[in-house]
Design a protein around this ligand. Structure first.
Ligand code: ADP
Length: 497
């Protein structure tokens, strides 16, 4: 691995944390309780800033603001073109502040700065522009019903959307949530993850300049069991969208059902198979399998965390995958050239180490890694297990860390059966030079995304979401609009058909 030198003295970020309060009705305000919580630097575990902690009363205030902005405010009644222009202005402002936002994102999450600055913030900008383009292209149908009727459908915004996002891609998840909801004319109360409140608060400060009316987008920092649960249970919230763990997804669905039956979209966990067939281009497959698992410190819901390799190429693949993991540059995420920073927090660090021990105990072969990197913060050495069997915990549970599990298979039917024998169904990678093999696998796998000879392409236009316990509904693309629209049928008799 790379030298630990950079870890000894963390590189000082070049921005200040100017926004720490809740953002309600267009204003930064203290929480009703006056409480704050610390957000921590994953490189050291030290406090970056104290953040206003939202709870039920703040959620009430934010929902009231969003309700008013929806029921009385200009937002849903503006022309779609006006909403489009505001989203485009917001995208321009985020682009202008790219480096400051990326710096906060890296500081709060530990992800490599180049990844935040050159990939993620630009993806946020692109996604907002994509949905800005949809605003004035959302329309209903006229329907040739039986009988003398004029029948049309109106596609209307649902109302107040409650949105809850995770810590692994804070601003990207923020954009996936707000982009389609705003384009359709909804208003929003969004709760960020307690680990990563900073980037969304920075963007909150740009909303007025973009021209977004007050109350349209309210941003609450705080914890899941308090602020999050209040949002889910709120009787005045018309729709929920959540990205996070499957376990929390179940709770959210329950809270929605027990309150006002608000519809819910969920983007949850995964245990995505990455299948390398005997005729794959091995070097590409090795590199993409490495990327599929280790990207973002392994903290991706769609991580390719079950690497199935055909027995004919298994030994070659394993040797190369191990060599690639050994070459992975781990270090301070602000240092240029760093590929892997620390895990998000001590809870995730401990959970990953527990899974690594479980892998060893259950008889998998630890090829490399398996321990903390350096002494400070939450860095973990890139870890590769071979001889992994389907019934091991490391092949079944979402680890959410830099731990690659390599499994061997013999033929197509077998790998389909094994890949599908998971409670999850988020994504899959398929590596083969044979179009028939690739097509057969793409059709047979019960997952929301199949990447053939590539992985993790997250274009704004492509729908993303899960089968089975990986979630319900799709985000991004045209499909992402469906989550935020009601369909109203309007029926009128015709006097002279
Ligand atoms: P993790 O365990 O990795 O933090 P979670 O799924 O628990 O993943 O967290 C994702 C988001 O869900 C965060 O914003 C978190 O605060 C929120 N959350 C956690 N528990 C609840 C809950 N009971 N109700 C609503 N939101 C919650």
């Amino acid at each position: 691995y790379s030298t630990a030198a950079a870890l000894e003295e963390p590189i000082k970020p070049t921005v200040n944390v100017d926004h720490t309060k809740l953002f309600i009705n267009g204003q930064f305000v203290d929480s009703a309780s006056g409480k704050t919580f610390p957000t921590l630097d994953p490189r050291t575990g030290e406090v970056i800033a104290h953040i206003a902690e939202g709870d039920a009363e703040d959620i009430n205030r934010a929902v009231a603001a969003a309700r008013k902005a929806f029921d009385e405010g200009p937002w849903p009644r503006m022309t779609a073109y006006e909403r489009s222009k505001i989203l485009l202005r917001l995208a321009d402002l985020i682009e202008k502040h790219n480096d400051q936002i990326a710096t906060l994102e890296t500081w709060d999450t530990g992800k490599p700065y180049a990844q935040a600055a050159k990939i993620e913030v630009p993806m946020v900008v692109r996604l907002l522009r994509y949905y800005a383009g949809w605003a004035d292209k959302i329309h209903g149908m006229t329907i040739p019903a039986d009988g003398p009727y004029h029948v049309q459908t109106l596609h209307e915004p649902i109302g107040v959307a409650g949105q809850i996002i995770p810590w692994n891609f804070p601003l990207l998840m923020f954009s996936w949530k707000i982009g389609p909801a705003l384009a359709c004319g909804n208003t929003i109360v969004l709760k960020t993850a307690e680990q990563t409140p900073l980037s969304a608060l920075y963007v909150a400060n740009l909303l007025q300049e973009a021209g977004l009316p007050e109350g349209v987008l309210n941003i609450i920092s705080g914890f899941g069991a308090t602020a999050g649960a209040s949002l889910c249970s709120h009787m005045d919230v018309d729709k929920l969208a959540f990205t996070g763990s499957t376990e929390t997804g179940k709770t959210i669905l329950e809270l929605a059902a027990k309150s006002n039956l608000k519809p819910v979209t969920l983007e949850l966990g995964g245990k995505s198979p990455f299948i390398v067939y005997e005729d794959a281009d091995i070097d590409t497959a090795v590199e993409q399998a490495h990327f599929a698992l280790f990207f973002n410190q392994g903290q991706c819901c769609c991580a390719g965390s079950r690497t199935y390799v055909h027995e004919k190429v298994y030994d070659e693949f394993l040797e190369k995958a191990k060599a690639r993991a050994l070459k992975r540059v781990v270090g301070d995420p602000f240092k240029s050239g760093t590929e892997q920073g620390p895990q998000i927090d001590s809870k995730q660090f401990d959970k990953i180490m527990k899974y690594i021990r479980s892998g060893v105990d259950s008889g998998a072969t630890l090829e490399t890694g398996g321990e903390q990197f350096g002494k400070k913060g939450y860095y973990i050495k890139p870890t590769v297990f071979s001889n992994v069997k389907d019934d091991m915990l490391i092949a079944q549970d979402e680890i959410f860390g830099p731990v690659q599990s390599i499994l061997k298979f013999k033929d197509l039917d077998e790998v389909v059966r094994r890949a599908n024998s998971s409670r999850y169904g988020l994504a899959a990678g398929v590596f083969s030079q044979n179009i028939d093999t690739a097509n057969t696998l793409a059709r047979a796998l019960r997952v929301g995304t199949v990447w053939i000879n590539c992985f993790d392409t997250f274009d704004a236009t492509i729908p993303f979401g899960g089968y089975k316990m990986s979630g319900q509904g799709r985000e991004k693309g045209e499909y992402g609009l469906r989550n935020y629209l009601q369909v109203k049928a309007v029926v009128t008799p015709l006097k002279n058909p």
